[in-house]
Design a protein around this ligand. Structure first.
Ligand SMILES: NC(=O)c1ccc[n+]([C@@H]2O[C@H](COP(=O)([O-])OP(=O)(O)OC[C@H]3O[C@@H](n4cnc5c(N)ncnc54)[C@H](OP(=O)(O)O)[C@@H]3O)[C@@H](O)[C@H]2O)c1
Length: 273
C-alpha cells in the first residue's frame, strides 16, 4: 500500500497559503548551485514551480566555483528581502562543505545545514531541522504513533539518517532507533523485526521485500535515476506487504513543501521561532 504523501504536502501548502493571506510580506527564497548537472537543474526548476504556485519569489543562482558560492551566499545573507537560503548538494569535492554550511546564515537556513541548527536538534529544537528528516517525521506521525516502535534507519548522512534518528528519539515520539550503514553486517535481520524501516542509501532497490515484515511501514528516501527512470531505494514489490512512500511523489514532495513553508514562516514572522 502506498502512503499518500501528496496529500500531506497539500496540507503543508495550505498552511503556507493561509499564513500568506494574512500578511502583506512577499517571501523570497534564493537557491544556489555549483556547476549544476541536468538532474539538479530539473530539481531546482521543480522548486521554482512550487515557490511560484505559493507566491514565493524565487531566485536561482548558478556559480562555477567555491569563491563565487561564498560571495553569493554572503550577499544573500545580508539581503533583507531574502528569507531563505538553499544550497544544492552534493557539492563538488573540492568545496569545503562545513565552510559553506557556516556561511548559510542560521536564521535563513531553511534547509537545516548550519551546524548551529544541527546542534539545536539535540535539544529537541526542530524549526531548523534538515528538511528531508523533517519530512520523514511528518509522514510517519501522520500514519502511526511512534512511541515504543522499533525503527531501523539505513544511512547515517548529515542530511537524512543522522538527523532523523535524533528526531525520532525525542521524548514526544520515543521510538527505539537502530542506525545502519555500509559497515553494518546484519541489516536484513534487523529490518525483518522493524515496525518502521527508513532507507536512505542511494541504491535503487536496495531494500527488498524479503527484508521487511508484513504490515510494517517503509519510508523510501532514495532518488536514483536508472535508464532515465526515477527509482527509490526500496523495491516496488514491498508495496504488497508494507505501507510505503512512493518514489517519485513521496518524501521529496513533502520535503519541498516543508522548505517553502519555512520560507513563508520566516518572512511572515520575521524569524523562525
Ligand atoms: N527525497 C528527498 O527529499 C531526498 C533528500 C536527500 C537525499 N535523498 C536521496 O536519499 C538517498 C540518500 O541520500 P544521502 O544524502 O543520505 O546519501 P549519502 O550521504 O551518500 O549517504 C548514504 C548512506 O547510506 C549508507 N550506505 C551506502 N551503502 C550501503 C550499504 N550497502 N548498506 C548499508 N548502508 C549503506 C552509507 O553508509 P556509510 O556512512 O558507511 O558510508 C551512508 O550512511 C539518495 O538517493 C538521495 O538522492 C532524497
Amino acid at each position: 500500500m502506498l502512503i499518500d504523501c501528496k496529500k500531506i504536502a497539500q496540507m503543508i501548502d495550505a498552511q503556507s497559503l493561509s499564513l500568506l493571506q494574512k500578511s502583506s510580506v512577499r517571501p523570497k527564497l534564493v537557491s544556489l548551485a555549483v556547476k549544476p548537472d541536468q538532474s539538479t537543474v530539473s530539481y531546482l526548476k521543480s522548486q521554482q514551480k512550487k515557490a511560484q504556485s505559493l507566491g514565493i519569489d524565487y531566485e536561482m543562482i548558478n556559480v562555477e566555483d567555491a569563491l563565487s558560492l561564498e560571495e553569493s551566499l554572503q550577499k544573500a545573507s545580508k539581503d533583507e528581502s531574502v528569507h531563505g537560503l538553499f544550497v544544492s548538494h552534493p557539492l563538488p569535492p573540492e568545496i569545503d562543505e562545513m565552510k559553506i554550511a557556516n556561511l548559510i546564515e542560521a536564521d535563513k537556513d531553511v534547509e537545516g545545514r548550519n551546524p548551529l541548527n544541527l546542534g539545536r536538534l539535540v535539544y529537541g529544537i526542530e524549526d531548523f531541522a534538515p528538511c528531508t528528516a523533517a519530512a520523514i517525521v511528518r509522514i510517519l506521525t501522520s500514519v502511526t504513533d511512534l512511541t515504543g516502535k522499533n525503527v531501523v534507519v539505513i544511512g547515517r548522512s548529515t542530511t537524512v539518517g543522522l538527523p532523523v534518528s535524533i528526531m525520532l528519539l525525542r521524548r514526544d515520539r520515543s521510538a527505539t532507533v537502530t542506525v545502519c550503514h555500509s559497515r553494518t553486517t546484519n541489516i536484513p535481520e534487523m529490518t525483518r523485526k522493524a515496525d518502521v524501516t527508513i532507507v536512505a542509501v542511494g541504491k535503487a532497490g536496495f531494500l527488498t521485500s524479503e527484508m521487511v515484515r508484513d504490515g510494517s511501514i517503509v519510508i523510501d528516501v532514495g532518488i536514483n535515476v536508472v535508464d532515465g527512470k526515477v527509482l527509490g531505494d526500496a523495491d516496488k514489490s514491498i508495496q504488497e506487504k508494507a505501507q510505503v512512500t512512493p518514489v517519485p511523489g513521496g518524501v521529496g514532495v513533502v520535503t519541498t513543501s516543508i522548505l517553502m513553508n519555512r520560507v513563508v514562516r520566516n518572512a511572515v514572522r520575521g524569524g523562525m521561532n
